[in-house]
Design a protein around this ligand. Structure first.
Ligand code: ADP
Ligand code: FBP
Ligand code: MG
Length: 528
């Protein structure tokens, strides 16, 4: 069923196209609302698990343009009033040429295109809109932080508070303490620009965080009970999944509550967005550990330095720390399986580099080689409170295996230096560029919620900030693609083995292929 409806912004002057909304499972029904607050009882067109894919209907040119739109409060509260955006009168925006983002402004997901390729998926551009759907004095906002730490969380908190207050005159902002469970188990904290003034200078989260404890019903009950109408949720992939549940429940109950997600993750594993905040800071901090390892191993004979960095399923920190440093000889990440023994294996490579340079530095992401570690450590499959698999210590495992191989089997004296800075790289305040990035994220989230958008995550897509349906960012996880050029660049830079060696039959003869730094060499049957 296709529902042809006009955009909620049809009141604004520029002509806008009619959208053909294609909800996944549109259901027309009315709900009996719990009357905790005086929310209107309206029939609603509900798009549960909603990801509205709206396609602009342009009869003249069907060029494959797709708008992956975010939900708007008027989708299920059609009689909602709008008001002129108070930014019209703000000194900051008065002289800005295009103060407001137009309803037709979108950001392309794919910017490398071919002449005949279809235009593809687009997202709404983030930023202030001409109309807002909340009166400033009626806003009661809350902010919650969930999951692991990341540099810059405090900057985002600070800028949401200051953005709401300075731009929109909102002064009722609550801090939910200790993650999702804080909604129903802790008192709130009143947040003002003064309270949060200095927090960006500190690492961690001013509001505390936790894993687990997501109880959608209890959280939304609490949102209703407290009369909260804007919810800002800062967190990673798990948190965004939780935010999607909250948004769905809010819609089901027909509440005028905007739910905005701000993606946070040190692992950079959130899909669609260019990069997560704090990532650059973490890579920079990782340089200190890599540098220390290099200094140590350069100063001894047969020095082997191992630096373990975070990265549960995605090896971005390891990959970028390696690319940035030039002192790393080999980078091991979860996405790229490796092996120790034999031709083309890690031991062989280490021995080669020791002979050549007298030392070697290896960066290993914590999620790398987990299958091997599990085999030899007989680990049990443990999970954290959020359901994330608890990792076995690949750093210690690798250190021990290398020591055993060289001292026992190869009878070589080695100097092993193992550095584990994992928490150190995420517990620091954000650097200057991440601080700016956090400010943009926070302000974009505030503009989006004030404009009535909901169920969205904000983030840069090809350097332009956009509103992305939460469901879209939780569908997949961002991982290092071994087939992408960035990994090839790393291999070319370190000239490490790619561990893709294999026996092949060429012209009826068995030959052995060795891959080093992205180049194939054909060896004989013995791998020589
Ligand atoms: N599928 C899910 N549905 C609802 N809540 C979830 C889901 N996955 C995780 N959460 C909640 O999100 C919060 C953070 O998740 P976690 O995976 O620990 O960190 P992150 O958000 O950084 O990935 C936790 O409170 C957890 O209960
Ligand atoms: O010990 P904790 O706090 O559970 O965190 C460890 C995990 O957190 C991470 O930094 C990722 O956290 P998020 O999923 O919260 O972004 C991983 O790299 C690491 O495995
Ligand atoms: Mg996560």
């Amino acid at each position: 069923m296709d529902l042809s409806i006009s955009s909620p912004f049809s009141k604004s002057s520029p002509p806008i196209p009619t959208f053909l909304f294609k909800p996944r499972s549109p259901v027309l029904h009315s709900l009996n609302f719990k009357s905790r607050n005086s929310y209107p009882k309206t029939p609603l067109i509900s798009c549960l698990n909603l990801r509205i894919r709206a396609q602009v209907l342009d009869q003249t040119a069907d060029d494959g343009f797709v708008l992956d739109d975010v939900p708007h409060l008027t989708n299920f509260l059609p009689d909602l009033h709008s008001y002129p955006n108070p930014l019209q009168n703000s000194q900051a925006y008065a002289i800005v040429k295009q103060t407001f983002v137009g309803p037709e402004d979108v950001v392309a997901q794919k910017i490398v295109v071919q002449k005949d390729s279809s235009r593809g998926v687009h997202f709404r551009r983030a930023g202030p809109r001409e109309k807002v759907y909340f009166k400033s004095e009626e806003v009661r906002a809350c902010i919650v932080t969930c999951g692991g730490l990341c540099p810059g969380i405090n900057t985002v908190i600070r800028e949401i508070v200051c953005g709401l207050n300075y731009m929109y005159g909102v002064d009722d902002i609550l801090g939910i303490q200790g993650g999702y469970r804080g909604f129903y188990s802790k008192n709130t904290l009143k947040l003002t620009p003064k309270v949060v003034n200095d927090i960006h200078k500190r690492g961690g989260t001013f509001l505390l965080t936790s894993r687990g404890g997501h109880d959608t019903q209890k959280i939304v009950d609490n949102i209703q009970d407290r009369g909260i109408n804007q919810v800002y949720i800062i967190g990673g992939d798990g948190t965004q999944r939780g935010a999607a549940r909250i948004y769905e429940e809010v819609e089901k109950r027909g509440l005028q509550v905007a739910v905005a997600g701000i993606p946070k993750t040190i692992d950079n594993d959130i899909a669609v967005i260019d990069k997560s905040f704090g990532f650059d800071t973490a890579v920079e901090e990782a340089q200190r550990a890599v540098n220390a390892a290099h200094v140590e191993v350069e100063s001894v004979e047969n020095g082997i330095g191992i630096v373990k960095l975070m990265g549960r399923y995605s090896g971005f920190i390891g990959m970028f720390a390696t690319l940035a440093s030039r002192d790393v000889d080999c980078c091991l990440i979860p996405e790229s399986p490796f092996y120790l023994e034999g031709k083309g294996g890690l031991f062989e490579f280490i021995e080669e580099r020791l002979k050549e340079n007298g030392h070697i530095v290896i960066v290993v992401a914590e999620g790398a080689g987990q299958e091997y570690v599990a085999q030899s450590m007989h680990g049990i499959d443990e999970k954290d409170a959020s359901g994330n698999r608890l990792l076995l210590d690949v750093g210690l495992w690798l250190t021990q295996n290398i020591k055993d191989h060289f001292t026992k089997e190869r009878k070589m004296a080695i100097n092993m230096k193992y550095i584990d800075p994992t928490y150190m790289i995420r517990a620091i305040p954000s650097n200057a560029s991440d601080n700016i990035y956090c400010t943009l994220l926070a302000q974009s989230a505030v503009h989006g919620a004030m404009a009535g958008y909901t169920g969205f995550t904000v983030g840069p897509v090809n350097s332009r900030h956009a509103y992305i349906p939460i469901s879209h960012v939780t569908e997949t996880q961002n991982t290092v693609k071994l087939t992408d050029r960035m990994w090839a660049r790393l291999l070319a830079s370190t000239n490490q083995p790619s561990f893709l060696n294999c026996a092949e039959s060429i012209g009826g003869k068995d030959v052995y292929l060795e891959v080093r730094g992205g180049l194939f060499s054909v060896l004989d049957t013995e791998g020589k």
